[in-house]
Design a protein around this ligand. Structure first.
Ligand SMILES: [Zn+2]
Length: 234
């Protein structure tokens, strides 16, 4: 079973209690002896690692039988910016996905994001498209084909995070984030593609920076938390 590790808690002398996301929701299991350097699990349990696990059911709950890493975790851990991005993605998924249904629906996106992370240098692009796709999956996708307020298709000048969509020049107010043409395209693109297209087109850091910052603030305000790694990604 494929899983993404979201919490590791040491237990007794050498065990871990592991919480993970899977395509069916959240699962908790015990990794006996994982803190022992000679254990077959040693060095394979990392926060936010994508893994293939086999579990067995015991009287005390699920227990780990075998584990294999699915993403190239070594390639991430040798690159400081990739570690920061992994933490950003991890923090966001933990804070926004609370029930089995949403975890299950978002799992293909989480998996594709983690699998792609070692191989891209456009980390802001990946972070941004991860966030827009996550919002779409959890039902907070933005209105991008018309003004979210009045419905006209022309004269789009910005985006309203409060209303969740693009805004025309007549509806523009003090809450509107005014955008240039390229930024309007970027917002449209973010909510148009799906989780299989995260690398079809990658944006440069320069064109994305302001938009990504604003989306991170939006997530922080919507879910009432502070993303620790957000200041470090630029
Ligand atoms: Zn309007």
């Amino acid at each position: 079973m494929e899983a993404i590790i979201i919490r590791l808690t040491s237990y007794k002398e050498k065990d871990y209690i592991v919480n993970a996301f899977t395509s069916e929701g959240q699962v908790t299991f015990r990794a006996s002896g994982a803190l022992n350097v000679k254990s077959q699990f040693a060095g394979k349990l990392f926060l936010y690692a994508l893994v293939d696990i086999e579990l067995k059911e015991t009287k005390a709950g699920f227990s780990l039988v075998s584990i294999k890493n699915l993403n190239y975790i070594a390639k991430i851990f040798t690159d400081y910016q990739k570690i920061i991005t992994l933490n950003l993605i991890g923090e966001i998924m933990i804070r926004t996905l609370k029930d089995d249904d949403s975890i299950s629906e978002a799992f293909p996106l989480l998996k594709n994001t983690l699998l792609g992370l070692p191989n891209t240098s456009k980390l802001l692009s990946l972070s941004y498209l991860f966030i827009t796709n996550l919002l779409r999956v959890i039902g907070l996708g933005f209105v991008i084909d018309r003004c979210v307020n009045c419905g006209v298709k022309d004269d789009i000048v910005g985006v309203s995070f409060y209303d969740g969509g693009l805004i025309c020049k007549n509806c523009r107010n003090t809450d509107t984030m005014v955008l240039n043409e390229q930024q309007i395209k970027i917002i449209r693109y973010g909510f148009m593609i799906n989780e299989t297209q995260l690398f079809r087109h990658e944006f440069t850091d320069e064109e994305l920076k302001d938009i990504l910052k604003r989306f991170i603030v939006y997530l922080e305000e919507t879910y009432n938390f502070k993303i620790v790694s957000s200041e470090l990604i630029y």
